[in-house]
Design a protein around this ligand. Structure first.
Ligand SMILES: NC(=O)c1ccc[n+]([C@@H]2O[C@H](COP(=O)([O-])OP(=O)(O)OC[C@H]3O[C@@H](n4cnc5c(N)ncnc54)[C@H](OP(=O)(O)O)[C@@H]3O)[C@@H](O)[C@H]2O)c1
Length: 260
């Protein structure tokens, strides 16, 4: 029997990059998978990529997670079609790239927090109230955080703040939901190879890899493996944990080439 046979999984932000690998992982391990991108166009594109990879039965429904009405609609569809939900993966993220603090409008900060924090909160609340609490075998939540919640990167104030908030939310939800039989954990990646890396020069890629004690960034599959572990019964005694997957970046004070 496959690990996620008979499980219904929702992966937000399943339309690109790491989200595609997370969707594929659950699909190949037997789950019925629902995924969303933020728009009709991106969700359709994501579904087409998944179909090319052989994941033809994935259910794709556009949903901007920052918009409660769209979130409710997504859950209406899951309720009507699947009638249950076992695993929620809060992967959708606004990357908040390229705005130095001195130029960052407060509205932009709220836009990033709206997707990453409010989005994760309201999707989780729907999952818990509409499904998990009504099911005898409850459910599991996995958030995608980031190692930047602990060690900041430049010009990403809103993003780093949002991931710090996610870590705190994970611990808080874990406490509130543990007595109800619901586990909440997070995977905190470091560098992941995404399509954004395709635009980088070899020199920059090499420099980034020099930053990693293991000398390599994660693949989307590496992250999907951690997410699947946290969603599975193999982690049944874990809740409120932030599991870092960053090639050892977080354990070093300085990269090797400046560590004299
Ligand atoms: N990449 C890294 O190096 C890295 C490092 C640490 C942590 N992480 C975290 O790991 C996760 C995956 O990263 P990634 O780089 O693969 O992400 P990504 O390439 O930026 O993709 C983000 C996904 O989220 C979706 N999304 C964005 N805004 C949304 C909204 N309002 N509603 C619904 N979906 C929305 C996107 O959909 P559209 O296609 O519609 O835009 C896309 O599917 C994220 O949580 C990220 O913060 C990534």
């Amino acid at each position: 029997m496959k690990r996620f046979q008979d499980k219904v999984v929702l992966v937000t932000g399943g339309s690109r990059n790491t989200g595609l690998d997370i969707v594929e992982k659950f699909y190949r391990e037997g789950a019925t998978v629902y995924m969303c991108g933020s728009s009709e166009d991106s969700t359709t594109k994501g579904a087409a990529i998944l179909a090319e990879r052989g994941c033809t039965g994935v259910h794709s429904i556009p949903c901007n997670v920052a918009d409660l009405e769209q979130v409710k609609h997504l859950f209406d569809v899951i309720e009507k079609e699947a009638g249950r939900l076992d695993i929620l993966v809060n992967n959708a993220a606004h990357q908040g790239i390229g705005k130095p603090f001195v130029e960052m409008a407060p509205e932009y900060v709220m836009e990033v927090l709206g997707v990453n924090v409010r989005g994760g909160f309201q999707v989780t609340q729907q999952a818990v109230n509409r499904f998990f609490l009504k099911q005898s075998d409850r459910g599991v939540v996995v958030f995608l955080s980031s190692n930047t919640a602990q060690r900041a990167i430049r010009n990403r104030t809103a993003y780093c703040a949002s991931k710090g908030a996610i870590n705190s939310m994970v611990r808080s939800l874990a406490l509130d939901l543990a007595p109800l039989g619901i586990r909440v954990n997070a995977c905190a990646p470091g560098y992941i190879y995404t399509e954004r890396w395709d635009a980088l020069s070899e020199e920059v890629k090499t420099r980034r890899r020099m930053n990693c004690p293991l000398r390599k960034e994660a693949s989307g599959k590496d992250i999907a493996n951690v997410v699947a572990f946290l969603a599975s019964s193999e982690s049944s005694n874990m809740t409120g944990e932030i599991v870092t997957c960053d090639a050892g970046c977080s354990c070093q004070h300085m990269p090797e080439d400046v560590d004299f």
